[in-house]
Design a protein around this ligand. Structure first.
Ligand code: 26V
Length: 834
């Protein structure tokens, strides 16, 4: 390609390394802020809470990021760095301003500049809308990974979708969830840079057709397609004070002009515009994770759109730098698949290499299997993705051909290893046979990947021994564990500044980049003065949260109460129901005149997928019980139950520094890892939890005496299931019987007959998948141990300090080092070397 060397030369010619960094002083920030406010945005009057001051500040910060961004990209090109494309349908970024200021060491300058205009950074930062491009843990994990990769200088590009509407907003009316669309782009997204010059064409529909090329080779082409343009929008991801700025590339769908013109010539102007609209639908909305959302055609379109755009982008860049020589492609590229959502990338890379770049099957397959790596995030069978063969054939006919061929060759391999084992072949086939044959996306991901990992030690073990057992027997060397983490920059340094300062005062500030150094706090766990400061900060954080709760829920809670918190998506397996049963038990104790109840505010928050009826019933249940408890004069200083509405990343930044007790109470074997558990621990909460997901490792790290364990183990759950009889468990337990009696006497739904029946039935159902009743007694006993410790503030504070001290290994810095050592093998970027 002649264009190749030109592009390369022009990039080299425009040498950005020579550009000096913009100044980081207060004066310089103020000057740029006013410049952007008046010139870029064309505004005059400065009003507090105006989104334009926020935007102007972002532009001033972005200018400083862009220089570092350019230098990072120049360094990666110069060194021909091996790189990773982290492919994810979700990046739950939250707000970006505070994080960018922290990482660029600009917080003070920005704050002072705004003070000179009579404004506070906090108020200005409050104008930022969360980038809620994710459902929960999986999406937030991807965002934490990006922060850690940039901080470790790892050349990792995030590839995702720029949804017009992110995670819906939640309102509560009559105790029920009401969804409202999240129009997060209404005032623009000042962090992004649209790069129309890098747009890619994505094909859908049509048919595949073989032909013979000029050299007499039999080839396949995909014809008669309906095409959509994928336009990248780049978001800068700054490392912590290290001159590196990585890229999150989000794709947005747009109609292609060629396609419009074709329709237009046929005289169907309106149809042409409608088709453009249909194209743009692809990136319109983030899908909520509910089983009702499975099998939806638009979701498969999103998945293929992301996979194809990202792979084409990587191949374009490769060819610009190396021409059409793919000898080193696998040595220089790796794609990490965040769950099976982008797993169609396995077949798409085969298609691109064979049909577009004319490699043979074997060569293309070797490249694919050496570049793809797959992370599994769930054991729940209903969450395992399958797409009907007929939908695949209609939407992506050429991709279906390739999947069939991959499967035929794979089945051949299984047959050689286990001759005559037809059952095993049927179990392992990428195609599930039946009246409606389905493509099993997890199996496609496994067959095409050199690495398959789970997200906590227990979860990875269960994958190998259960869900993926057959594959583990075939390729044990491909399986590994990578325990999740969270970034301490957002989840301690930024969200809990007072605690961060106290910690730094004791052990220095290096924990911000090496979280293991928190171990140094152990030595101070018994220090009375340190304990007092620690407790005072927690109290102040609780007061801050109490104020927000008062504003949003019109509910007063005393910061002296124990803050007992469960915030996460509403799902049956997470057992919010169990938490409410305990709240009812405490209410019952108070009503019986028990004066020993430790004053407690139970705070529950989370969204239910709009189509997940039972999860919505759970929200109604929480709110109904809350209304009764909070109205009683007897409970006034003893017990509050609060449903925190519209829980999101920004809410967690307020909530986790204020928690005393972290509820991690899923049925053992159901929560792959959990990451909220890690945020709470880092901020000094004690955990009450089952032996599930990363709880196991949290307990190990802090020591069993500093963790409130309860509930059946994975094995016990399996053994008990066969003879599970909730009603006899209830009858044999006085406390439980009283709780159920209150529930069943309509005490919490006096004027709403029957509304809680689904909840009651699920608790009493012998086939209750989540076995809530089985863990009631053990949970209540563990909560009594919590009360006993909470009554001794010194002991509680000591345990709180020890929890923070032991949270070092739950940094995504550690997680990313593990991925890099075992899977990616990247060399850090060196943007400073000329
Ligand atoms: C599934 C679906 C299916 C229907 C369409 C939309 C959609 C969106 C997401 C999902 C995936 C659910 C898997 C998941 O979120 N797993 C969580 O991953 C966290 C990070 O590893 C982990 O901490 C949680 O335990 C795990 O539940």
């Amino acid at each position: 390609m002649t264009a190749t060397s030109d592009t390369h030369a022009s990039r080299q010619g425009f040498n950005l390394i020579q550009t000096p960094n913009l100044e980081m002083s207060t004066d310089a920030i103020l000057e740029d802020l006013t410049h952007h406010f008046s010139r870029t945005l064309g505004r005059r009057a400065v009003r507090t809470k105006s989104p334009f001051i926020y935007q102007a500040l972002v532009y001033a910060v972005r200018d400083r990021l862009i220089e570092r961004w350019n230098r990072t990209n120049v360094a990666m090109e110069r060194d021909d760095s091996r790189r990773v494309g982290y492919m994810s349908l979700e990046f739950l970024m939250g707000r970006l301003l505070n994080n960018a200021l922290l990482n660029l060491e600009l917080s003070d300058a920005a704050s002072e500049a705004l003070e000179r205009l009579g404004m506070h950074l906090e108020d200005v930062a409050d104008c930022e809308h969360d980038a809620g491009l994710g459902n929960g843990g999986l999406g937030r994990l991807a965002a934490c990974f990006l922060d850690s990769c940039a901080t470790l200088k790892l050349p990792v590009v995030g590839y995702g979708i720029r949804y017009q509407y992110g995670m819906f907003h939640q309102h509560i009316e009559d105790g029920r969830q009401i969804e409202e669309p999240d129009m997060w782009l209404r005032h623009g997204f000042p962090w992004e840079i649209e790069r129309i010059e890098l747009a890619q064409t994505i094909r859908f529909g049509g048919f595949s057709d073989s032909y013979t090329d000029h050299h007499g080779n039999l080839r396949v082409r995909w014809r008669g397609t309906h095409d959509v343009l994928a336009i990248p929008h780049d978001v800068p991801i700054p490392g912590y004070r290290n001159e590196v700025v990585n890229t999150l590339r989000l794709w947005s769908a747009s109609g292609t002009s060629e396609f419009d013109l074709e329709e237009f010539n046929a005289g169907d102007y309106a149809d042409a515009v409608a088709a453009k609209n249909a194209a743009e639908n692809i990136t319109m909305v983030l899908y909520p994770n509910a089983t009702t959302e499975t099998g939806r055609e638009l979701r498969l379109r999103q998945q293929y759109f992301l996979a194809s755009a990202s792979l084409q982008d990587t191949l374009r860049d490769w060819c610009e730098r190396h021409g059409r020589n793919f000898d080193d492609f696998a040595a220089k590229n790796c794609f990490q698949l965040n769950d099976t959502h982008p797993a169609v990338a396995v077949a798409e890379l085969m298609r691109l290499l064979m049909d577009e770049y004319h490699l043979g099957w074997d060569e293309a397959w070797e490249i694919t299997c050496r570049t793809m790596a797959y992370t599994n995030h769930t054991l729940l069978p209903e969450a395992l993705e399958k797409w009907s063969v007929s939908l695949f054939g209609r939407l992506l006919p050429r991709i279906l051909d390739i999947i069939y061929e991959i499967n035929a060759r794979f089945i051949g391999e299984v047959g050689q290893r286990w001759p005559g084992d037809e059952q095993r072949i049927a179990r392992m086939s990428l195609i599930e046979e039946g009246p409606e044959p389905m493509v099993r996306m997890a199996y496609l991901a496994i067959v095409g990947s050199f690495s398959i990992n789970g997200v906590a030690a227990l979860h990875s073990e269960l994958l190998q021994q259960g869900l993926f057992r057959d594959f583990f027997e075939l390729w044990p060397e491909r399986f590994n564990n990578k325990t999740n983490g969270v970034t301490q920059r957002r989840w301690l340094a930024a969200c809990n500044p007072d605690l961060a300062r106290l910690i730094t005062g004791k052990i220095g500030s290096n924990w911000v980049v090496n979280l293991d150094e928190l171990e140094g706090l152990r030595a101070h766990a018994d220090d009375q003065a340190f304990q007092t400061s620690w407790r005072n900060i927690k109290y102040a954080n609780k007061s801050r949260l109490a104020k927000v709760i008062h504003k949003r829920c019109h509910q007063s809670i005393d910061p002296a109460m124990m803050f007992d918190v469960q915030v996460k998506r509403i799902h049956e397996y997470k057992r919010q129901i169990l938490n409410v049963l305990h709240a009812i038990h405490l209410y019952d104790r108070i009503m019986r005149g028990d004066n020993d109840v430790v004053p407690r505010a139970i705070i529950i928050g989370g969204k239910a997928a709009p189509g997940y009826v039972m999860a919505k019933n759970v929200i109604k249940f929480i709110n109904n019980v809350a209304r009764v408890i909070n109205r009683s004069s007897l409970t006034k200083d003893k017990l509050r139950l609060v449903f925190f509405p519209d829980y999101n990343v920004t809410a967690m930044e307020l909530i986790c520094p204020a928690a005393d007790l972290s509820e991690q109470i899923s049925t053992a074997g159901k929560e792959a890892s959990g990451t909220g558990n890690m945020k709470f621990m880092m901020n000094g909460a004690l955990t009450i939890g089952t032996l599930d997901g990363a709880n196991v490792e949290i307990r190990e790290a802090v020591g069993e005496e500093h963790f409130f364990l309860f509930g059946l183990t994975v094995d016990e759950i399996a053994t008990r299931r066969a003879s599970y009889d909730p009603s006899s468990i209830i009858a044999a337990d006085q406390d439980f019987s009283r709780v159920m009696k209150l529930l069943e006497s309509s005490h919490f739904n006096q004027f709403e007959p029957g509304v809680l029946d689904p909840i009651i039935q699920s608790i009493r159902n012998p086939h209750d998948e989540w076995m809530t009743a089985a863990d009631f007694r053990s949970f209540v006993d563990a909560q009594s141990r919590v009360e006993a410790v909470y009554k001794d503030p010194q002991e509680w504070t000591r345990k709180s300090i020890l929890n923070t001290a032991a949270s070092g290994r739950f940094s995504t810095d550690r997680t990313m080092r593990d991925y890099n050592n075992d899977i990616w093998q990247l060399t850090p970027i060196d943007p400073d070397r000329a």
